[in-house]
Design a protein around this ligand. Structure first.
Ligand SMILES: NC(=O)c1ccc[n+]([C@@H]2O[C@H](COP(=O)([O-])OP(=O)(O)OC[C@H]3O[C@@H](n4cnc5c(N)ncnc54)[C@H](O)[C@@H]3O)[C@@H](O)[C@H]2O)c1
Length: 420
């Protein structure tokens, strides 16, 4: 069993990655700064599931983490308390093999102390400022978290000898490229500060691979959706708004397409990426060692994946089984891999129609002009994900959107309260 650091652990995707890793009996240290870019009650909800809090109730103030005031009885606070309650840096809780720390990846000394405390086998770096539109309003925080925060992690890995880094990146980088998007397309014309900050993180990770021997896998996720998703994204907002009779704002004519990818598939692909190993494995060096020369060859022979005989780990989809590789897959030591739904990308209008069907209610649509930072269409070429990791998405949009609607109905007593 391994020990993993997962950043952004209270987030939509990272909380699912933690859940799946824990279900496989790994030790997971999750960090998050619980910022209030969106209603913190969603982050608390996700965390409460990882911390085994059965009687979780949302707080009244959408800006204050319930975690910050947690009085669960079952959890013992670790670290020091600040005047504002439990939210001093690096305070947190442990439940089973999961440790949560309230920690900002921009805080290098706090990260350094964490790396000294735990011996990590790999880092899954998903913490980020992730909203495309808000990045035009507050670009600085995108660079400080997405680029500098990533640099802090890479530097801690170099210093503490942690070789593997999985970086969450984005299909937004492909703006202007011909579809389907392939990983070798040049992506030098980002439309938003968000995409630019992710590009910065990618190239810095490359430098740490090349100079210091870090084994890096960059994952470009394509529009991720699922239960307890991000409330700044269409799938979450639209389900809530249709169910509650609130008019939906749709930018453009709704004919823009997205390669929607269900969150369980993304989490599974992320964990598989953590098992990719660079071909010429070496110790982390001082920048002079020759490591993992780039090669884009696909190695199908090792891409078989076996069923995990362990427990069924998905909360949102009881039929979902996590599949893990029989052996470690080989990569060049630095790979960029698309993770996309692989279904024919569907239009926003088709997504709304699916939701109407599952919610049993018609949407009221408020059409607004298209936004300059939005891409018209996205579609992933998944040859590399299949070849290197044997990964393909398993959940269809029909199932995925139905699961969101079911989650909404099961949780609507508090989801209705959310500020979105
Ligand atoms: N959801 C998608 O469709 C999508 C698509 C492409 C890429 N991604 C990437 O996947 C990752 C996860 O995205 P998500 O959709 O789960 O978003 P999310 O906002 O739900 O999760 C990100 C988490 O990171 C935390 N965080 C932000 N800044 C931090 C900091 N400085 N220190 C510590 N924690 C911090 C946030 O509090 C949040 O809980 C991000 O890197 C995002 O850019 C997501």
């Amino acid at each position: 069993m391994s020990t993993y650091l997962v950043t952004g652990a209270a987030g939509f995707i990272a909380s699912k990655v933690c859940e799946f890793l824990l279900a496989e009996d790994h030790t997971v240290v999750g960090v998050d700064n619980l910022n209030d870019y969106y209603d913190v009650r969603l982050k608390d909800y996700r965390l409460s599931r990882l911390l085994g809090i059965k009687d979780w109730q949302p707080g009244n103030d959408p800006k204050v983490s319930v975690y910050a005031k947690a009085e669960t009885g079952s959890l013992k606070l670790e670290g020091s308390e600040s005047n504002s309650g439990l939210r001093s840096q690096a305070s947190g809780f442990t439940y089973g093999t999961f440790t949560f720390r309230f920690l900002d990846i921009e805080n290098l000394p706090a990260l350094d102390a964490l790396f000294a405390e735990f011996k990590f086998d790999a880092v899954f770096n998903l913490a980020a400022r992730a909203g495309v539109r808000y990045s035009l309003v507050n670009p600085h925080v995108y660079m400080t978290t997405n680029a500098m925060g990533t640099l802090n992690l890479l530097e801690c890995q170099r210093k503490h000898g942690v070789k593997k880094h999985v970086l969450a990146s984005t299909s937004s980088l492909y703006a202007g490229c011909p579809m389907p998007f392939t990983e070798d397309q040049p992506v030098n014309t980002p439309l938003s500060p968000y995409a630019a900050s992710k590009k910065s993180a990618e190239v810095m990770a490359y430098t740490y691979h090349k100079q210091f021997g870090l084994d890096v896998t960059v994952l470009r996720y394509f529009t991720v959706y699922g239960p307890a998703g991000r409330p700044d994204m269409a799938p979450f907002r639209f389900v809530k708004w249709i169910a509650e009779g609130t008019p939906l704002t749709v930018y453009g004519d709704g004919q823009q397409t997205r390669d929607f990818t269900y969150v369980d598939d993304i989490a599974r692909g992320t964990i598989l990426a953590g098992q990719l190993r660079g071909e010429k494995s070496s110790e982390i060096g001082d920048g002079r060692s020759e490591i993992g020369e780039k090669s884009s060859e696909m190695r199908d022979s090792r891409s078989e994946i076996g069923e995990n005989p362990g427990r069924n780990s998905s909360i949102s989809n009881p039929n979902f089984k996590l599949r893990t590789p029989n052996s470690e897959f080989r990569s060049s030591g630095f790979e960029i891999i698309n993770l996309g739904g692989g279904n024919r990308p569907i239009t926003l209008n088709a997504m709304i129609a699916l939701m109407e069907e599952f919610l049993g209610k018609k949407a009221v649509i408020d059409r607004q002009p298209p936004q300059a930072v939005d891409m018209q269409d996205t579609s992933a070429d998944l040859t590399k994900a299949r070849g290197l990791m044997g990964w393909r998405a398993q959940v269809s949009p029909d199932d995925g959107f139905r699961l969101i609607a079911e989650w909404y109905f099961a949780n609507k007593h508090w989801v209705q309260l959310l500020d979105i």
